[in-house]
Design a protein around this ligand. Structure first.
Ligand code: SAM
Length: 277
């Protein structure tokens, strides 16, 4: 047991500091999470199928066909396949190698014309000239403010004038829901965190002044102690306005990316950001 490391888990991590490994690129979790995305009735990696279909319908009704589109954090390409079938010219970036490999294999069979690229969107250059760019299922709220700024600058360069960026983000209600601390548990067989018998110690750290929260999971195996950190930051209109200034962008607030008004706040907000110039 790495005793020093275990003692350190009592300390509140510095805001947005990484754990030992991100779940999406972890050699075990990253591969298995692809199957979670593909489950139509589960919302672990991707929203449930009915919800996805309503979103896609809304975007296609709004933008029409023949749209050059980039999906940031596209996973195994669930949205891109549906949009390509609607006539969109689709591009997807993701840094999970198993998700991109799965998506490319399927594209090899289906030949929908989707371009997938294994890419960490915090780094490197992106393709340009898009009519629409999207980050679906909370992506904007998991990055540090500095990384989010870099990503927004890339979105700006990738969009044509008149193009749009749409995303759904966590709001403060979501953070309240996530604030509950799950109990520790023993997993004797393969589970979400490891294929070997292991013990999971979950913790939650709150950063109310930043409207942020960290869910930390320490996983103990026979000869290994690993810590994973999932970060969530609630974003509001003012945060989006800072990234996409009013001199060049018009921002529309939606309840979610299905474009419908809802009475109940579900913890999510949708934003449709149109680039004027
Ligand atoms: C919650 S999932 C959503 C997947 C997809 N947007 C959907 O709704 O089906 C987040 C995705 O973002 C990807 N991701 C997270 N950080 C990333 C980064 N820095 N660069 C590229 N992809 C990233 C993950 O690998 C994962 O596929």
């Amino acid at each position: 047991l790495d005793w020093k490391k275990l003692l350190a888990i009592g300390e509140k991590p510095k805001l947005f500091s990484p754990g030992d490994q991100e779940i999406w690129t972890d050699p075990y979790i990253g591969e298995h999470i692809v199957f979670a995305h593909l489950e139509p009735e589960e919302d672990d990696g991707t929203r449930m199928e009915g919800h996805v279909l309503q979103e896609v319908q809304f975007w296609v009704n709004r933008l029409g066909s023949n749209i050059r589109f980039l999906d940031l954090g596209c996973g195994p390409g669930i949205y891109l396949r549906l949009l390509a079938q609607e006539g969109w010219n689709c591009w997807g970036y993701d840094y999970n190698p198993w998700a991109i490999a799965y998506a490319k294999d399927l594209e090899g069979e289906e030949k929908l014309g989707i371009h997938y690229e294994l890419k960490d969107i915090k780094k490197g250059q992106w393709e340009r000239g898009f009519d629409a760019v999207a980050m679906i299922y909370g992506g904007m709220g998991v990055f540090s403010p500095e990384d989010r700024k870099l990503i927004a600058a890339q979105i700006d360069q990738s969009l044509k004038p008149g193009g749009c960026f749409f995303c759904d983000v966590f709001n403060e209600h979501y953070l309240k829901q996530q604030g509950e601390i799950p109990s520790w548990y023993v997993q004797k067989e393969e589970g979400f965190w490891s294929e070997k018998p292991h013990l999971v110690l979950p913790q939650v750290f709150e950063y109310p002044e930043y409207r942020a929260l960290c869910r930390q999971f320490t996983v103990l195996e026979e000869e290994l102690t690993k810590t994973y950190r999932l970060w969530y930051q609630a974003l509001g209109l003012e945060d989006l306005q800072e990234l996409f200034p009013a001199s060049r962008y018009k921002i529309e607030v939606l309840d979610d990316l299905r474009g419908q008004r809802r009475k109940k706040n579900l913890g999510w907000s949708g934003y449709w950001v149109s680039k004027i110039s």
